[in-house]
Design a protein around this ligand. Structure first.
Ligand code: GUN
Ligand code: ZN
Length: 457
């Protein structure tokens, strides 16, 4: 059995910080000098160095000095075939899809084009500290195969599936419901629960789906209830009104997915900016998740997600966070935290409810929980990843809290001259990383106990 030890300063979570207002540190764990023991890619032991090292003699040790070690980040919503159209100028959602996205995703019928993008896609995720993602593909099965195969090569955890769309898309891009059903079924057999792959039945969004395509999704979910369902919901006002118009028998956007039996655990809808209170309540009661994509929401000008409302303890919605590349303009989940914080503050510019305003504030505890354990819980993979509990997969990121623009090192030196000694110091450094830093802070990214990325200056 391959056993190794990682020594360093660790920060992870055991609970949701929103449940501990004023005492968020109770949701976190901090070891100024800690030790993680890894056996065959899984965490075998974890805790304070003095204590854990006593239990493990003759351990091969890697000491990650001057780093903050966190669980690998989870990107709950990202589009693999949009990696080449990040930063596309000038459109909002519905025209952006037509002008930039469909012509690009059409190219993913070509295996060489898709395979090269899959390599770059994971290179970029790892450089941002992301070790797990839930990703969209294109309408071509070639894209799903390229993505799952590359994830398998790197032993990375991936939730993905063939993307179904048969309306409001060019004819040569759309798939037929029959083809979508048949190919999804084949891909489930080939990739679901193979290695670290998990399959998501993926209707792109309600506006892109005919009743027949939605029926194909229902059938797939009935036949494979342990699969995930990944889609979009209520991203822009134009989209919501078009969905309402095309589905007059559904009271709101979520009702379209409910009608086809898709909403429950392991269902997630990206964005949810324009969800009503009632839809939030149904998300909460069904155990379904919304994926908040701050960079994308600002880049496309889609609106401000109501974080404080979604985290209301009376109807707490499971939330993952996503980059939503290429509508999002940053691969790094640190970028998502930066923009997410600002969305919370913009919400508070016109909010009378003080309790909701408090919940809109993305502290470092709330932020880093959201892109680690919180994302894992929202996606129902917290038995596998999300924190350093023994038995979980050893995916982690080592942050250099001083690396980035010049002003970051200066800011951080005001918090501590050396290694952080207290959880509060570490949390303050992490806030510096999320608000003043960027992916230059990601020094190393490890997957299943193997270093897959190391920053070169
Ligand atoms: N809605 C349907 N497709 C997409 C997409 O590719 N990106 C985003 N942001 N929203 C969508
Ligand atoms: Zn998206």
């Amino acid at each position: 059995m391959a056993t190794l030890g990682i020594r360093g300063t660790f920060f992870d979570f055991v609970d949701d910080p929103w449940k501990h207002p004023g005492r968020e540190r109770d949701a976190a764990r901090f070891h100024a000098d800690g030790l993680m023991v890894i056996e065959d890619g899984r965490i075998a032991d974890f805790g304070a160095f003095d204590e854990v090292s006593r239990r493990h003699r003759a351990l091969e040790l890697t000491h990650l000095e001057d780093r903050l070690i966190l669980p690998g980040f989870i990107d709950g919503h990202v589009h693999f075939p949009q990696a080449r159209v990040v930063g596309a100028f000038g459109e909002q959602l519905l025209s952006w899809l037509q002008v930039w996205v469909f012509p690009e995703e059409l190219k993913y019928k070509d295996r060489a084009y898709a395979s090269e993008a899959a390599m770059r896609f994971f290179d970029n995720l790892l450089a941002g500290g992301t070790t797990t993602c839930q990703a969209f593909t294109s309408s071509s099965p070639v894209s799903a195969e390229a993505l799952f195969d590359e994830a398998r090569r790197r032993n990375m955890r991936l939730i993905s599936g063939l993307t179904g769309v048969d309306r409001h898309a060019p004819a040569d891009y759309a798939n037929t419901p029959e083809e979508f059903y048949r190919e999804s079924k084949r891909l489930i057999g080939r990739y679901h629960k193979q290695g670290r792959g998990l399959y998501a039945i993926t209707p792109r969004y309600a506006l892109g789906s005919s009743p027949e395509l939605m029926q194909a999704c229902r059938r797939l979910k009935q036949e494979h209830p342990d699969c995930w369902v990944n889609t979009h919901i209520s991203e822009t006002r134009d989209e919501v009104s078009a969905v309402r118009k095309e589905n007059p028998d559904c009271a709101d956007y979520l009702a379209v997915y409910e009608k086809y039996g898709l909403v429950g655990p392991r269902f997630s809808g990206g964005h949810g900016i324009w969800l009503s209170d009632d839809e939030f309540a149904r998300f909460a009661s069904r155990g379904a998740a919304v994926v908040f994509c701050p960079c994308s929401n600002l880049f496309l000008g889609s609106g401000l997600f109501r974080i404080g409302r979604a985290t209301d303890p009376r109807q707490r919605v499971r939330l993952a966070w996503g980059s939503d590349i290429g509508a999002g303009n940053r691969f790094s989940m640190l970028g998502a935290l930066d923009e997410g914080y600002k969305i919370g503050m913009l919400n508070n510019a016109s909010l009378a409810d003080a309790a909701e305003a408090e919940r809109n504030k993305i502290s470092p505890y709330r932020g880093f929980w959201s892109i680690t354990l919180g994302g894992a819980e929202a996606l129902y993979i917290d038995d596998l990843v999300g924190n350093f509990q023994a038995g979980k997969e050893a995916d982690f990121v080592a942050l250099d809290w001083k690396a980035g623009q010049k002003s970051l090192a200066w800011r951080q030196s005001l918090v501590t001259a050396g290694r952080p000694q207290t959880m509060e110091q570490a949390a303050d450094l992490l806030f510096g990383v999320m608000m003043v830093g960027d992916d230059r802070a990601v020094a190393e990214t490890w997957v299943m106990g193997q270093r897959l990325y190391r920053k070169t200056e």
